[in-house]
Design a protein around this ligand. Sequence first.
Ligand SMILES: [Zn+2]
Ligand SMILES: [Zn+2]
Length: 142
Amino acid sequence: MSHEGIRIVHRENLPVEQVQLPIEARTPAKVRVKKTEGTGVEIDWKDGHESRWNFAWLRNACPCATCHEEREKTGRAPGKPKPKPQTLLAMYEAPPRPIDVTPVGNYAVRFKWNDGHESGIYSWEYLRRICECNRCASERRE
Ligand SMILES: [Zn+2]
Ligand SMILES: [Zn+2]
C-alpha cells in the first residue's frame, strides 16, 4: 500500500516556484521538437495538458545561470525578447533555432542554438512552469 496520498506537506509558506508540481504535470507523454520545420517544441503532458513554444521564445527563456541572471537584472520574464538597441541600424539576426537537441537523462532536454549558445538545460519541470498556453500565461500574470 502506498502512503503517497496521506503524506502531509506544508506548502502554504513556500514560494510558488518551490511547490513541486504533481508528477503527471512534469512528465511528458509526447515531445515533438520541430527542428527541421524550425518552428518550436510541442509537449503533451501526462496530465493531459499541452504546451507549445516557438524556438525564439525558448531561446529567450534559456535557464542557464548567465541568461537567468541577465533576465533578473533587466526584469525580463523568461521568453521575452531582449530590447533591441535603438541606435544601431537593424542588423540581420538569424531567428533562433536549435542545431542540436539532446536529451539529458530522462528529466531534461538541451539545445545547441544556432548562435552557439548551449549551456541551458531545460528540465521538463521548468518547461511546464513556463508553459505559454493562454491559461498558464494568464495565471502567471495574476
Ligand atoms: Zn543561457
Ligand atoms: Zn499551459
